[in-house]
Design a protein around this ligand. Sequence first.
Ligand code: 2PG
Ligand code: MG
Length: 419
Amino acid sequence: MSFPSTIINDASAKKRFNSRGDITIEVEIYTENGFGSFSAPSGASKGAYEVIDFPSGGVDEALSLFEDLVAPEIIGMDSAKQFELDRTLKEIDGTPNFSKIGGSLAIATSIANAIAAANTLMIPLYKYLGGVYANRLPIPLGNVIGGGKHTHVKGLDVQEVLIIPYGASSFLELVLASVRVYKEIVKMAPPGVIYGRNDEGALVTTLNIFDVLPIVQDACNKVSKEIDVKFKLGVDVAASVLWNPKSNKYCLPSTNACYDEDDFYKFILNLINKFDLFYVEDPFMEDSFTSFARLRDEAETCIICSDDLTATNIERISYGASIKAFDAVIIKPNQVGTLSDTISAIHTTFSYGLIPVCSHRSGETIDVFLSHLAVATGSPMVKCGIMGGERISKLNEFIRIEEDLGEWGTIFELERLLK
Ligand code: 2PG
Ligand code: MG
């Protein structure tokens, strides 16, 4: 019996649409016996330290660069040598932030390659990437109500109100619990304050965070009484979006109130204490390592998570970890541009005893790679939304992986994540 060949014999890049209706890039990689494709997701609240998503000439330039520079180099390479492929992408680009070929083209090529290799070898993707120890499902953070850059109605200044279900015996039950809370919020909210869904499928509201959280709390309590699942609450402040560099203040669009760093610190701490928040992401803007560290020290029972602050960048994660700026780190492959650097960022996070949180972007596709990445790397938490086809697809894939793992599969225990 001979092994199927994992050598790449064709590759192409095409235009596709993401869930926001914006153009993105899909890369297809063919081996003799297999195929993989991946479309780059895209953020709305992008951090300054992320790689550049498209070259200055946009998607068209990225596609011609693929034809001229990338395809000729990677055809003939072995798709099973992921690190070599990713190094080649970096060499072709030659800049520190993928500004020549664009991070969207890079990540689409890198992940399509991993999928092609796994398919060729006929190994489930999470096992191909993670091996025999890839058997734990993450706790899903679900975005129930959204504001900030993901929403176009004035009201909620923070970007995401997250529910964190735990204590169920299966991932399917965790999803069921999240969906029930989402639907309960629609029923429980006073008339006229919910306006459909935003970019991430979260509910849009005219209410501010102090009025929204009690409704979410009530909905969680109601569902907890009906089924055997408990909930914690979280918030992604996405504070870089609120930061005004001219005045050096955080300004809330709904009220026009502005806060200096110290006052905003008190605002966030009050929010955490008042609602017993379990998880807060990006409470300060993307350069505020010291405020992050101060909060991590003071908010003892709350997981402080970095996103724009670290941008899946190993140096920024290491620096922040060394000054104890956070407990958890958002991991988004397209923030860094290659699968190898994404996995290195996860390893770096673990090496400091911190929690990697694999995350979707607000502009997504129905692709399910994220679910495989989270299980493969043993990431204890995942953020992939609740409603909408491009969010549900990832949740359904976790359920498929759970079925595939059978009795070997377990879910991370939330209690173990407590500081
Ligand atoms: C975030 C993400 C995903 P975006 O800030 O965590 O929820 O948003 O993709 O718009 O950066
Ligand atoms: Mg975020």
